[in-house]
Write a protein that binds this ligand. Sequence first.
Ligand SMILES: Cc1cc2nc3c(=O)[nH]c(=O)nc-3n(C[C@H](O)[C@H](O)[C@H](O)COP(=O)(O)O)c2cc1C
Length: 309
Amino acid sequence: MGIPASLGHDLKLPVIAAPMFLVSGPDLVVGCCNAGVIGTFPSLNQRTTEGYCEWLNEIRARLGPDAAAFGVNHIVHPTNARLKADLAVTIEHKVPLVITSLGANADIVEAVHSYGGVIFHDVTTARHARSATKTGVDGLILVANGAGGHGGAVNPFALYNEVRQFFDGTIILSGCLSTGGDVATARMLGADFAYMGTRFITTDESLASAEYKEMIIRSVAADITYTPAVSGMLANFMTASLIAHNVDPHQNSVHQPNIGDEAKAWKTIWSAGQGVGTVHDVLSVRDLVARLRSQHDEAVATFFSTSRE
Ligand SMILES: Cc1cc2nc3c(=O)[nH]c(=O)nc-3n(C[C@H](O)[C@H](O)[C@H](O)COP(=O)(O)O)c2cc1C
């Protein structure tokens, strides 16, 4: 299927800046879209549904005439008490791209399609991918091993190749994609979009603190721990951040850090993917996208020049 027509306009590189809890806000979304890649955020990054609605108004007002599309992430899970109200706002505002996590739901797919929106669902296994296809989603985000947040455990080649055998919709590859060369590689594999989280944390526009950004710059893949200790679900965190909050990086059981609810845990214990080893600076989204584009074009040119020899 490739890139849905409604998302292809003014797209300068097939990249989606992934939604990140407590990291993505209007500045990051607007920066991405105005630079020509798709910007997204979790609706829960605003404390209330009214606040979420205000962010949508702000984003629309700040998008330039040549901006790429933007998207919103909803957590489809019984613990998300805001889901119904936030979805109503998404539908009312006709958000161009909706990304669902945890639960794929045919009613939500139908509601998004009813106003002409596109809906992608994120999965970490081929089994979940197969059941999501039954809901009619337009695309599947394959969250492979090493990805920031609740990353998967499956190798990206294995996951992509398995899912492609039964799904011909849009495929978005996620996990450790940090450079323009990585974007080119994802496309070469057959993915329609690269989904990049960690690389966008160290931008001027992200909501992450300076200390969080510095820790990412200092880290390499070996500094990332995949653990259920923080929230009960396996996720990737920077080991130094776990240790700083007395969470043993080697324990496999759920640790109950004395810091209240999960939202608070994610605020103090910092997540990042194994792609940190190629993140060396803090820069504006505009400069990052320009760099990704030139790295991408160089990788493609090098591939074609060497493959003809
Ligand atoms: C700090 C952080 C917060 C995240 N929060 C969310 C979230 O709220 N919803 C979601 O669907 N994915 C979330 N993710 C996962 C990303 O959307 C994306 O799948 C992942 O970052 C891609 O891997 P990468 O970080 O290696 O590029 C988060 C990732 C990070 C690093």
